[in-house]
Design a protein around this ligand. Structure first.
Ligand SMILES: *Cc1c(COP(=O)(O)O)cnc(C)c1O
Length: 401
């Protein structure tokens, strides 16, 4: 059976060149980078090389990169490390209702520890009102945390503008940059961010490695206590092979992004247009333009996203409903809810997230398989066959006879 992977926002395959760069660090280069002897020294150099590769991709100094075990760790570190370091100054955090659970659930934990958190709403396109953000800042605000791009809709937030607001009020600014790094150009200097989180497995490096940009001079309480690795910011013997892989993936992204991004966008746009033309009553979730080039999130009225996915799976197509972290639960995604997507449509939200390995034929195959699946599921759906069709004008449901 044909296999098509369109779930790059959940994870990506390790690039072959990345694996190749990593392998020696499981065998001949086995040293502990903290050791002073030859075995350690050989490995220490590789870590510093990877640090430079990551720093180059996001335009910062290598000294501002701290390696972590994953994106979730980075978000935990950014929030908890800030709250702990700045508790004399205040206890108020501003974030959004559409963040990844790594931010949202950390905020909920911090609320129990005495923090106050403002969760900014989004509009029906999933975008923020920056005036509302600015108005939420008080003299107790210590941190603004807004993701660079949303994993479910692909929406890109105006990070430079938010960074300028944070600067104006001298509030620290953290961004979960997991979905943008390696996909679109990002520049830590222009963005005015103080903390930015990266995850290896979202850009062609392996799972279990990540990094966080910590702007020079940003006071943070150490997240992992123990050894003196990572300038005392993160204890624990380095995941050497993983770090080498992350560095290599960043180097490759730097070289290929310029060509990959428009190619992926063209495929995504073809898929989007094809779906809208072939299937009635489909709604685009997210902003039509301010969106990652690889992400398409659509709702097929009257049917469940989960049943689409199961039918897709039988045809070898891997896509996603909501985020990977919440699928399996029957709750509609918190992102769809935050965007006021009608509950029935929220349940049918389906995400296609493309990557550099996808082809024109992949898109053609999906456009061939999807309409009959949707038709069959709608024929079985009591909602679809009800005379009183759901009406939700505000949600921009595309209706065709
Ligand atoms: C995947 C993802 C994370 C979590 O990264 P892990 O490395 O899987 O822990 C955090 N934020 C966003 C936006 C993500 O897409």
């Amino acid at each position: 059976m044909r296999k098509i992977y369109m779930d790059y926002n959940a994870t990506t395959p390790v690039r072959p060149e990345v694996l190749e760069a990593m392998l020696p660090f499981y065998t001949e280069h086995f040293g502990n980078p903290s050791s002073v002897h030859w075995a350690g020294r050989a490995v220490k150099g590789a870590i510093e090389n990877a640090r430079e590769q990551v720093a180059t991709l996001i335009n910062c100094s290598p000294a501002e990169i701290v390696f972590t075990s994953c994106g979730s760790e980075g978000d935990n570190f950014a929030l908890k490390g800030t709250v702990d370091a700045l508790k004399e100054k205040g206890n108020h955090i501003i974030t959004t209702t559409v963040e990844h659970p790594a931010v949202l659930e950390t905020c909920e934990y911090l609320e129990k520890q005495g923090c106050e958190v403002t969760y900014l709403p989004v509009d029906r396109d999933g975008m923020l009102d920056l005036q509302e953000l600015e108005a939420a800042i008080t003299d107790k605000t210590i941190l603004i945390s807004v993701m660079w791009a949303n994993n479910e809709t692909g929406n890109i937030f105006p990070i430079e503008e938010i960074g300028a607001i944070a600067r104006k009020y001298k509030v620290r600014f953290h961004t979960d940059a997991v979905q943008v790094v390696g996909r679109i150009p990002v520049d830590m200097q222009k963005a005015n961010v103080d903390l930015a989180v990266i995850s290896g497995h979202k850009l062609g490096a392996p799972k279990g490695v990540g990094a966080i940009f910590v702007r020079r001079g940003t006071r943070m309480t150490q997240f992992m206590h123990g050894g003196h690795q990572e300038r005392h910011r993160r204890a624990g013997t380095h995941n050497v092979a993983g770090i080498v892989g992350l560095g290599k993936a960043c180097e490759i992204a730097q070289q290929t992004m310029e060509l990959d991004a428009p190619r992926v966008r063209r495929l995504r746009d073809k898929l989007e247009k094809g779906i809208m033309e072939a299937i009635p009553e489909v709604k685009l979730n997210g902003h039509p333009d301010k969106r990652l080039p690889n992400t398409l999130n659509v709702s097929f009225a009257y049917i469940e996203g989960e049943s689409i996915l199961l039918n897709f799976d039988m045809k070898g197509i891997a896509a996603s409903s909501g985020s990977a972290c919440t699928s399996g639960s029957l709750e509609p995604s918190h992102v769809m809810c935050a965007m006021c997507v009608d509950i029935v449509l929220a349940h049918s939200s389906t995400r296609f997230s493309l990557g550099p390995d996808n082809t024109e034929e992949d898109v053609d195959y999906i456009l061939q398989e999807l309409p009959p699946i949707v038709q069959r599921l709608r024929d079985m759906s009591p909602l679809f066959n009800n005379d009183a069709r759901m009406s939700c004008n505000q949600c921009r449901v595309v209706r065709r006879a």
